[in-house]
Design a protein around this ligand. Structure first.
Ligand SMILES: [Zn+2]
Length: 64
């Protein structure tokens, strides 16, 4: 199980990056929404796009 976060700021395609809590390139906590604890990477990507933003993308560092 991992804690997942989504960035409040989107990239140039307006996609919001989803990270694991232990990501070495995780932004500061005030720049993130906590998604929750999940046992896969698919669910947090779907939830980020459903509850907060229209599009999400997986961090290539921690979820690639
Ligand atoms: Zn990451």
């Amino acid at each position: 199980m991992n804690e997942f976060y989504v960035e409040k700021s989107g990239n140039d395609k307006d996609e919001h990056m989803v990270h694991r809590a232990n990501c070495p390139s995780l932004p500061a906590k005030e720049k993130l929404h906590f998604i929750g604890v999940r046992n896969n990477t698919y669910a947090p990507l779907q939830e980020a796009a459903h509850y907060w933003y229209s599009a999400s993308t997986a961090c290539p560092v921690c979820m690639g």
